[in-house]
Design a protein around this ligand. Structure first.
Ligand SMILES: [Zn+2]
Length: 346
């Protein structure tokens, strides 16, 4: 198995995020990538830099207006007198759908409110560079699998699964897992995305909610008391042609390995029934018992078991890094997960 990473993904260094109304230091640091790279070295996995495959696959997932915004908002923001050095929203359209669809302002502040869903996705001068490079890593990992590799790992940082078609949020700007799935769709009529990050993959769900060709599944801490709060409930099953193609499996805060693995089996059965040609695993490591977000209580050994069960599907799989924050266990958790995939695939 190869790993894919572009050093440009380290350039984005968000300073702060808004938690319960207060600014805290952002945990989505470039140090995360350094720790994960060290883990890859310890596994002796080759790390390749992705070529620039262009923007077409990204544009198949994200609205062009949003991509233009992400690329250009920082210098516009900097012209606002007194604005801080990171782009942060202070106003949001309450409804953007149906009869009450929101208008699209020309104002930089208005557009930030339109395209950034929360206070956890600050944009700075390097954000687009890093997010674009991360998306290219996801695309290249998908291309490796399309080229015949059983597995490929994309070290995507910044992460992606909270980004919708036209909104950043929760440290995420471009939805790397969705982009990988879209790339795989070029060859496979059906693709599944299994999200094991501790947070619900609301962006991924939104992107494919009306589609029957991409099955989205997420196992996560129950949003009734956990970010992203408004999505991730079991009743969200898809709409229109996509009805029945979204499965949310929320778990109580603090759930540990055994109960988690039982839910995972439910997800894996749904994937088997869907019979996709390929799988994207949105691999958050923040379900770990020592992760700063403290949503679930998976052990390091638990990640081996989770990965082995997923790999037992024997589907060509692109593993896309999502969350997982700095703790003494972060590197070990990646090693455990990747060892599980490699062992079961081999
Ligand atoms: Zn997460």
């Amino acid at each position: 198995m190869k790993a894919v990473f572009d050093p440009a993904q380290k350039a984005h260094q968000p300073k702060r995020f808004l938690v319960s109304g207060a600014w805290q230091a952002s945990p989505e640091t470039a140090e995360r990538a350094e720790i994960l790279l060290r883990a890859l070295a310890e596994l002796d996995l080759p790390v390749v830099a992705p070529p620039d495959s262009g923007a077409a696959t990204i544009a198949a997932v994200h609205d062009q207006r949003y991509l233009t915004f992400l690329q250009g908002i920082y210098p516009r923001w900097c012209r606002i007198e007194g604005a801080p050095d990171e782009v942060v929203p202070n106003v949001h359209p309450v409804s953007r759908r149906g009869e009450a669809a929101a208008g699209y302002p020309a104002s930089a502040v208005g557009q930030v409110g339109y395209h950034v869903m929360d206070g956890a996705a600050p944009i700075n001068a390097e954000t687009w560079t890093s997010a674009y490079a991360g998306a290219q890593s996801a695309i290249h990992a998908a291309d490796l699998v399309l080229g015949g590799e059983a597995l490929a790992y994309a070290l995507c940082r910044p992460p992606g699964h909270h980004a919708t078609a036209d909104m950043a949020g929760g440290f995420c700007f471009l939805n790397n897992a969705a982009i990988a799935a879209e790339r795989l769709r070029g060859r496979h009529p059906r693709v599944a995305i299994l999200d094991v990050d501790v947070h619900h993959g609301n962006g991924t769900q939104q992107i494919f909610y009306g589609r029957s060709d991409v099955l989205t599944l997420s196992i996560h801490a129950d949003p009734v008391r956990f970010y992203p709060f408004f999505w991730g409930y079991a009743a969200e099953t898809g709409e229109g042609a996509g009805e029945g193609c979204n499965l949310n499996l929320p778990l109580p805060r603090g759930t540990a390995d055994e109960a988690y693995l039982a839910k995972l089996d439910t997800a894996l059965q749904r994937i088997t029934d869907f019979a996709p040609g390929a799988l994207v695993v949105a691999l958050g490591l923040d379900a770990h018992e020592s992760d700063p977000f403290q949503g679930l209580a998976i052990t390091t050994e638990g990640f081996v078991r989770i990965a082995e069960r997923i790999a037992a599907l024997k589907l060509p799989s692109v593993i896309v890094q999502e969350g997982g924050y700095v703790s003494a266990a972060l590197g070990s958790n990646l090693k455990s997960a990747l060892r599980g995939f490699i062992r079961a695939a081999g």
